[in-house]
Ligand binder design. Structure first.
Ligand SMILES: Cc1cc2nc3c(=O)[nH]c(=O)nc-3n(C[C@H](O)[C@H](O)[C@H](O)COP(=O)(O)O)c2cc1C
Length: 220
């Protein structure tokens, strides 16, 4: 698969099959993602991967934590509001998801259950947690974002599906101690990965993108 095929066919997978990704394939994804550019080549990302029983135990503990009514405390501030076109796109993203599952407007409990699927890792057999050094600030977090994209595209190119999850970082104060990650590192996001269930309704739709005319300003 070339770059165009990988980036055009990657999508956020929200239902995985139980089958694990062979260790050699995971290592290949990691090796490819290591080629990500970073400012001064500092490569600030660190990656913790939980697989199999470790992933299932983590998902159960995190789900219980969220269900208990824990207050989100992300290490990196989440957006507090969305304006204009960003607001519209965010809304469209939610509409697509609920339509795929036939969840109606007022069905708040079904929406909540679907939101909780984030913490069940969408049944993925693996989750990667990406952290950045606390002292390095926004550009190191940006480097980690580039790494996340490389990881997902490398995975796609090797037939592995994935989803980046800020939802996991919402509970950084639970996730870091759970894995013994020092508070000198900030949790950027999780990436659940594995083989997608291609028959599940939630994996059927694809999100749109703005035309380049909407995002690019040309000067000549
Ligand atoms: C940094 C980051 C965090 C995300 N967090 C979540 C999340 O917590 N839960 C979720 O369902 N999707 C999450 N997504 C997936 C986005 O909703 C998705 O990328 C977007 O809607 C575009 O769809 P696509 O990935 O299928 O092309 C995240 C994506 C990124 C890049």
């Amino acid at each position: 698969m070339n770059f165009e095929q990988a980036i055009r066919t990657r999508y956020s997978c929200r239902k995985f099959m139980a089958r694990e990704v062979p260790q050699a394939v995971i290592e290949k994804i990691l090796e490819l993602a290591q080629h990500t550019a970073s400012w001064n080549n500092v490569q600030p990302w660190r990656v913790l991967i939980a697989s199999g029983a470790a992933a299932r135990d983590f998902a159960a503990a995190l789900t219980a934590h969220v269900r208990s009514g824990a207050v989100p405390k992300p290490d990196l501030a989440f957006p507090q509001e969305y304006h204009d076109i960003e607001r519209e796109r965010r809304k469209a993203c939610g509409v697509q998801l609920y339509q795929a599952l036939d969840i109606g407007r007022g069905e708040e409990e079904r929406k909540r259950q679907q939101m909780l699927e984030n913490y069940r890792l969408f049944d993925a057999p693996h989750v990667a947690l990406i952290t950045t050094p606390a002292y390095m600030g926004v550009y190191a977090a940006l480097d980690c974002g580039l790494y996340v994209n490389s990881f997902m595209l490398a995975a796609r190119s090797l037939g592995v599906d994935s989803i980046a999850q800020a939802a996991i970082a919402a509970y950084s104060d639970f996730v870091r101690p759970y894995f013994g990650i020092s508070d000198e590192r900030k949790l950027v996001c999780g990436i659940s990965f594995g083989f997608g269930d291609a028959t599940h309704p939630i994996n059927q739709y694809r999100t749109g993108r703005a035309a380049i005319s909407e995002v690019v300003t040309w000067y000549r």
